[in-house]
Design a protein around this ligand. Sequence first.
Ligand SMILES: O=C(O)CCC(=O)C(=O)O
Ligand SMILES: [Fe+2]
Length: 343
Amino acid sequence: MADEWQELRVSNDALDDPPELRARMDTEGYVFIKGLFSPHDMRSLRRAMTEVLQQHGWLQAGTDPMDGIAVIEAQCTEGDVGYTDVYHEVYKLQEFHRSGHWPVIMDAMGKIIDAPVLPHPMKIARIWFPQYTDHTTPAHQDFVHFQGTFDTYTCWAPVGDCPEELGGLAVVPGTHKVGKVVDHHFSLGAGSLVVDDEAQQGTWRSTNYEMGDALLFHSLTVHKALPNVTEDRMRISLDNRYQSIHEPIAEHMLTPHLSQDNAYDWDDVYADWTDDALKFYWTGRDQATVPRDLSYGERGFAEAVERAAQGDPAARLHLERIVRRDPTSDNARKASEALAAAS
Ligand SMILES: O=C(O)CCC(=O)C(=O)O
Ligand SMILES: [Fe+2]
């Protein structure tokens, strides 16, 4: 199915006009800035990230890692132990974490949030294999995953040019106006949750992203990724989140990404760092926290169990992954039972 979309509205003209920037975020639920990041800085981040990927066999040996030519046989995604092992090597890069604090994004977020900004400690990169489109990020609202306060904003940015076929991000303007979390259901793809069709009503907007571009959006704005339909190119992107220091942050956002699955903590991340100021920067303040609400994920899991028992292939794949990840977990036991019931 071809993904239909129209061009994102470019808001560079409002970058020096905070009330206008906020007004656009308020009406459309997103702000798109072309060339927000320095292509030079992004390029050196891409070099560092792709070198790690090549060392770990995800990019073809003997090619320039900057070209991002994937080893198809290495295909994997979030939820696979093998994905997380390599991802966590990338996650150790100091420059990757620093990119979430680059002054240009802190300034832009400061104008939108209109308060001192807390960049979430949980930085996120997505490393999306080609020809693996069943695992494309489905339409969702970020709040179900990141929580804390609705007034949280994501910055999605490709680490390299990201034309349509590489699978950049798409949003439906105005969907944040519902002012609440809408129902999410089980799906394959990052987060494993998708909104109903009616929550996606409107025109999808995306673009042929260039390195340096940044898409900023509200935690309730419905968005998804376009599929990576290239023959062999890896899509690499950042999605980091920002909120006011005066609002509560969910506790899990203070941990490294995907550290629920593989034993991994900040000391592992910081092993080779030279900049102490970037470590544990959120501590020693009066930052309010709230516990993670597990109910969204639990509902999605229960649905996957139900569908797997009816033979649904996507749900079975999801449950098989959970069993492989940790066969001794409670969910793995339920997953095994559902898989056995249908076989
Ligand atoms: O890059 C992706 O595929 C997912 C990104 C996303 O959902 C986000 O930035 O919130
Ligand atoms: Fe998202």
